[in-house]
Design a protein around this ligand. Sequence first.
Ligand code: C2O
Ligand code: CU
Length: 470
Amino acid sequence: MRNTIVSRRSVVRAGLGVSLAASMPVRSLLAAPMTADFPLRAEPGRAALAGKAYPQTTVWSYNGQVPGPEIRVRQGERLKFTVENRLDEETTVHSHGLRLPNAMDGVPHLTQKPIAPGETFTYEFDVPDAGTYWYHPHTNSAEQIGRGLSGPMIVEEREPIEVDRDITWVLDDWRLLSNAAISDDFGNRMDAGMAGRLGNTVTINGQMPDSFEVRAGERIRLRLINTANARIFGLDFGAHRPRIIAYDGQPVEPHGPANGLVVLGPAMRIDLIIDMANESGQSFTVVDRFYPSQTYRLIDIVYSDKPALRARPPVFSIRLLANTMPEPDIARAKRHEVAFGGGMMGGGMMGGGMMGRMMGGGKMWTINGVAFEGPVMEPLLTLEQGRSHVLTLRNETAWYHPIHLHGHSFRVISRNGRQTPYREWQDTVLIAPRENADIAFVADNPGDWMFHCHIAEHLAAGMMGIVRVS
Ligand code: C2O
Ligand code: CU
């Protein structure tokens, strides 16, 4: 699989691409807010994932689209959508990152009965916080997400910051065969025990990206959403100086990315502000450098010939207003230890023939020594409602894990015992091999919440548990 991304892309490069007109005012791109009941059909569909030189790919889609339609509301509004299951298997829809009532969380058997083929289920809840979120199934997740079921969910600020364009890039990664069909080797043990299902075709908004047209001088808010099963992205914007204004939808003190790389594990989102400070007619390559042996060109930023929109970067503020999470009291917080274990040992990339440690029951990963044997288990932790908690998350494995807690956002307060510079709010924290991270939050949302690695193959192979808030 190693070089297919690069070679395939170079073959199909010409004439493809996500290119958006540069001068459209931002308001016209914002959908009318959805307060009515929005229909979301999970159904088979077809998508030109690999470009015109290849046959269309049969996918599982929402409303025939990959990614699914953007669900967009304003902060404080009520969101309502009805899922109709036109697949041949059960499904549910989880609104990832939203702090919603437990019964609307979309976890089969734990928070609702799965939606059987032919049936519908209506999700309805208030949306307290602005930000960039996404939705996806929580049943047979590795296959359902891997075949295309996911979509962006945007909650607009009551008082948005001023930008020229507000753009969403849904980054996805597909494992395609040479005829562009999705490889059906879901659930294999190599993927499960190592890095997860890495694909060979990266798309932005469901297309092989080629170029992104911009106008000199414009300020863009770029919302990145990683919907891949397993791929971690590390984007290098070259001559541009992106500033991170939100992680997982939650405002953060604006800052440049560490080491110049914008890193997103599966399920994570980052909002960037990029001032297009170069000159008309120039073009720049965005490179994904996360896996050092597999860097590739993601997309080119191409400056149109139009005259610059403004002579120097605008002065208006890029700082987002805080969301509504209560501030954890770290000094008085109750402390908990959570250790992540398992997986094949020995590091290295997909090598073939690698022997590793295997566990019983087909499960390969654990949290505090227990592999999840769903659909419902005794909670791994019970957190007293209304009180502050600090969880020390220890990655005792040789692999990265993006760890996600449902129903809450938490501050990442330290890594390996060192304070994080921004104490960022997140709902999914990427933890490197052998790294520890401390997260802090007020357990203010009652219910049984999933807590798991978001590499879909890891969660299927046991790296999942339940956190009870009561
Ligand atoms: Cu995207 Cu259990 O979550
Ligand atoms: Cu994992």
